[in-house]
Design a protein around this ligand. Sequence first.
Ligand SMILES: [Zn+2]
Length: 241
Amino acid sequence: MGGFFSTSITETFLGLRDLFFPRRCVVCGKTLDGEEQDLCTDCLEELPLTYQWDIVQNAAFERLARRFEVEAAASLFFFGSESDYRKIIYGIKYGGRRALACRMGYLLGSYLAGSREFRRCQAVVPVPLHPLRRWKRGYNQAEAIAQGVAEALTLPLETHLLHRSRYTKTQTRLRDEAKTKNVQGAFRPDPGRVDNLQQQGIRYLLLIDDVLTTGSTLAACADPLTAAGFRLSCATLAFAG
Ligand SMILES: [Zn+2]
């Protein structure tokens, strides 16, 4: 009896919420049904997955391996310039859609969980945002993605290891060479956290960012971590072609 009432009350509430505040698919804009979250069923099914977690020498790995020693790398979906799936990244980056970032991170983490390549990872580390930009944006999108990834992999989320020591320009509008210069030396590991992780026997880290473009941001994070003795794998939501 109680079950019946609580179900119908929940349904009524969700129905009313959707009536007054229609939720829309972030990709196609269609009104979402009660069960759907962020993406409609069709857009979720058609998400252009990379399947890089099943391929050792994939495009993400090769792009990063040119810059630093990387164990494994994968992105969740392709990010074409014409694709409406770009809107997922815009929503996460500029639309303050934290829950969307966590859910997409969880999806990425579920694929990584089934991959041999990522089995050695012991902790999840998001690319940090400078405190000023974090304040402007309201949250660090890489951290929200990493939270979902860590949950799916049942690994600890390590947010105090890396710090952004310089305020850098946003990478989006810079040319490749300028991107590398812009972020070089921008990240520093916290020596106390390095010792603490090493005492726990944590050596393999999984670095998380929203988009893999040139790989310069991940490389700038990887260099000081590798120098501190860590081995790194990387994962991002989107892979920019
Ligand atoms: Zn849709």
